[in-house]
Write a protein that binds this ligand. Sequence first.
Ligand SMILES: Cc1cc2nc3c(=O)[nH]c(=O)nc-3n(C[C@H](O)[C@H](O)[C@H](O)COP(=O)(O)OP(=O)(O)OC[C@H]3O[C@@H](n4cnc5c(N)ncnc54)[C@H](O)[C@@H]3O)c2cc1C
Length: 301
Amino acid sequence: MINMNELTALCDKLGCKITPECPLKEYITFRFGGPCRALISINSAVSAAELLKYLKANDIKYGILGRGSNVLAADEGFDGVILLLGSDFANITVEDNIIKCQAGALLASACVHAQQLGLTGMEHLFGIPGTVGGALYMNAGAYGSEMKDVVVSAQYIDEDCSIRSISAEDMDLSYRHSFFSGKKCVITSVTLKLEKGDPDEIRAAMSECMQKRSSKQPLDHPSAGSTFKRPEGSYASLLIDQCGLKGMSCGGAQVSEKHSGFVINTGDATCSDVLELCGKIKNIVKEKTGYLLELEPEILS
Ligand SMILES: Cc1cc2nc3c(=O)[nH]c(=O)nc-3n(C[C@H](O)[C@H](O)[C@H](O)COP(=O)(O)OP(=O)(O)OC[C@H]3O[C@@H](n4cnc5c(N)ncnc54)[C@H](O)[C@@H]3O)c2cc1C
């Protein structure tokens, strides 16, 4: 049971915004999900550590959210507190070729900073929605680049509520995986190292990435991007295509006609619709091709 008066008083003291009974559908790009008991917008590493201490001491379940572009929120909501690392914690500073981002900064903003300063290395990451913290958590990547290529270190609050630093070598970064995967640590800042480059060439590469995305991806519908991880030796979209599943739907969830790697929300999809559709896709793909697909977005739990 959450003592909302006490939690609100703590948030006031820390200067963090708190929204009780907050509908998660407004905070995830798939646009479904019931309410959480409270959503708290983090404004500093110290606030995050204080809040975590309180939540742990009071045995309150918590989840961590960036821009919600790689998560599913259950229809019944989340019976706990969501810590939002977003626009209240989004500062970016640059010194020489080092970019330091608070975890709530948009990855796209970091890419734009880099371009403006003629720093190369992350132009292919431009267009991936979400925060720098979320990108590190998932080791996000696209078009041959991934966070692994540019991250040097990060600061985080560990599950014992201590503020810690970690260098890239210790982050266990691999395809859509990091040291943070499956843990409830809060990444608070991420430091990136880039190389000197030509601003015009960087801008051209960024707009090429955006063009590829808008021509191939169903960006006009809510989704969480690629629904399944790339299985070793193939591509999820290719397998789904081969099985003739393009356009298959459950309720408001549909395999995109434009890109079969994306399940989209056609308007009124629920989390159950998406999970039911994904279950069917996995079964059919396994049966027909032998490949076992794994869901890429995580379920807020
Ligand atoms: C249209 C579209 C296209 C996409 N294209 C790509 C792509 O090309 N490549 C790619 O890799 N991904 C892609 N994605 C998926 C997604 O954008 C990325 O994984 C992104 O990095 C997630 O960032 P986020 O801030 O939205 O994280 P969220 O979705 O909010 O969170 C994702 C996970 O990270 C955890 N998390 C988030 N922030 C923190 C933090 N500060 N500390 C600790 N844990 C945290 C969450 O708890 C959750 O488990 C796409 C998504 C969409 C909707």
